[in-house]
Design a protein around this ligand. Structure first.
Ligand SMILES: Nc1ncnc2c1ncn2[C@@H]1O[C@H](COP(=O)(O)OP(=O)(O)OP(=O)(O)O)[C@@H](O)[C@H]1O
Ligand SMILES: [Mg+2]
Length: 511
């Protein structure tokens, strides 16, 4: 007897419906074959399915079974097909009611005792299920809150194969998961984060970080050891604007596929802060693997990618970031598929000006030779430098400031200004789904939204000539000027706004 069960694969960030056909032949030689491009983990499903069925007090007759996973051209990986295969076997052997399996998607790993275990990528799976018109998804119990982020589809949390069978026969129905309210309007909990108020001095650095946060611009901090670069970068999430529900769902989907969602918090509401170690591989940074998974650049989507000690990263590793910084998406090509993952992050980088760390420091003498310094700084290539809107020097904090007990401005107050500036941007970009912040503007939007006042244009022309800026740098100054004007609640980009933006461009190297 043949039965067809529906399940779902995750391809990139999307779900793709899979048909699991199980053919039971009571007259054939005992065998259990899986066809349809299954990987090793799917082959292992056979053992789990067999044991789980028997240990749930159900029958697994030693006869011939053929399982076909369709479409055949899509590689099936992982243990998520255990549950649909088991249900298929049960339906083919008259131990599950076929009519209850229509319009339903099943996903879940089985353990040998029949309990159903967590699988990754539930959010895109539930999303595709609804899009394709399915009415119900059966998911591992702990993944139900994640599936329930998708509206208008019944989510049935399954604890074990035995429970599921009783549910299908209406012996002991499992109630559908009850959705909570999805709300991102209350600012998320940022406890445990360093507050800007606790960072002494560095007022101009804080101002630059405020501008960066307001428009999602890239920042590079250069300074001697121990002056607060890492400290400030880690405090930065505290002044970022709260995510809209749309953004939160985008980010959550990436974490769902990377299988990094905490079970108790299905919706990610705090902007990501990713701080990969400088030994990170290229694949770790932008994503990869034979079946591509999102990398740090995508895990930092809508948040911060912090490259501390940026010059310690492999030269080639850094250069692969150039494409996502420009396109805000990572594209990975493999023999069978080309996948893309969103990667719209704010790059925050920190470095010392030279190997000993003290070049330009008024107190401690630098022991590096000019040639060493030049070689060191040249590790940050021109094209990468060009993509960083804000370059700031972080100097030593003088003793008086460090011992001053007065608290500086708290993060919460700065965040209010950042939120206000983002509100202006949202208003400006309403109806343009692609644009969330000024940094997202492309050339045509820059022409539309970033016309400077006449005096500002003059200043720009002079600067363009004097600093020999690239077209990209010119555009980046305009976008930055737009953000500074937004912080000043000004509709027009005036001379002071542009002057501040220009001042954030990199000087010729620092010697
Ligand atoms: N401006 C500051 N206000 C308060 N504390 C500070 C400040 N700067 C540094 N500190 C203290 O010094 C410690 C080290 O600072 P941090 O790690 O940010 O230095 P850094 O600039 O990243 O140095 P390195 O170049 O060596 O990485 C902080 O954890 C903090 O305790
Ligand atoms: Mg540091």
């Amino acid at each position: 007897m043949l039965s067809t069960i529906y399940s779902c694969a995750v391809v990139g960030l999307d779900g793709e419906i899979i048909q699991v056909e199980v053919d039971y032949n009571p007259h054939g030689m005992p065998a259990f074959t899986v066809v349809g491009l299954p990987d090793a983990a799917v082959q292992e499903s056979r053992e789990r399915v067999r044991a789980a069925i028997r240990n749930s007090g159900l029958q697994f007759p030693s006869k011939r079974y053929t399982v076909n996973l369709a479409p055949a051209n899509l590689r099936k990986e992982g243990p998520a097909y255990d549950l649909p295969m088991a249900i298929g076997v049960l339906a083919s052997t008259d131990q599950a009611p076929l009519e209850r399996l229509v319009g339903a998607i099943f996903v879940g790993e089985l353990s040998l005792d029949g309990s159903v275990r967590h699988v990754g990528g539930i959010l895109p799976i539930a999303h595709s299920a609804r899009q394709e018109g399915f009415e119900v998804v059966y998911v591992p119990e702990e993944d139900a809150p994640q599936a329930a982020l998708v509206p208008d589809i019944d989510v049935i949390p399954v604890r074990s194969l035995g429970h599921l069978v009783e549910h299908l026969y209406d012996l002991q129905p499992i109630p559908a998961y009850v959705r909570g309210e999805l709300d991102t309007s209350i600012p998320p909990d940022l406890d445990g984060l360093t507050d800007f108020a606790d960072v002494k001095g560095q007022e101009h650095v804080k101002r630059a970080l405020e501008v960066a946060a307001a428009g999602s611009h890239n920042v590079l901090m250069v300074g001697p050891p121990g002056v607060g670069k890492t400290l400030l970068a880690r405090a930065l999430p505290g002044i970022l604007p709260t995510m809209s529900l749309e953004e939160a769902l985008e980010v959550t989907r990436i974490y769902s596929v990377a299988d990094l969602l905490p079970a108790d918090k299905p919706l990610i509401r705090v902007r990501p802060f990713r701080s990969p170690h400088h030994t990170v591989s290229e694949a770790g940074l932008i994503g990869g693997g034979s079946w591509p998974r999102p990398g740090e650049a995508s895990l930092a989507h809508r948040g911060i990618l912090f490259a501390d000690e940026i010059l310690e990263f492999g030269q080639h590793t850094l250069e692969v970031l150039r494409q996502p910084i420009e396109d805000k998406v990572v594209t990975i090509s493999r023999a069978r598929v080309a996948l893309s993952f969103p990667a719209n992050f704010m790059l925050v980088a920190a470095m010392n000006p030279c190997p000993c760390g003290y070049f330009g420091d008024p107190v401690r003498e630098c022991t590096c030779s000019p040639a060493t310094i030049r070689r060191y700084q040249q590790r940050l290539s021109g094209p990468l430098m060009d993509r960083i809107d804000i370059h700031i020097e972080v100097p030593r904090v003088n003793y008086d400031k460090l011992t001053d007990d007065r608290r500086a401005e708290p993060s919460a107050v700065i965040r209010e200004r950042v939120e206000a500036a983002r509100d202006r941007q949202r208003h400006r970009f309403r109806g343009e789904a692609r644009l969330q912040s000024n940094a997202d503007m492309g050339p045509s939007e820059i022409r539309r939204f970033c016309q400077p006042a006449p005096a500002g244009q003059q200043l720009l022309n002079t600067t363009l000539r004097q600093m020999q800026l690239s077209a990209r740098a010119y555009h980046r100054i305009l976008k930055l000027g737009r953000t500074i004007a937004d912080l000043a609640d000004s509709d027009t980009i005036e001379v002071p706004h542009l002057a501040e933006a220009i001042q954030y461009r990199p000087r010729k190297l620092l010697y």
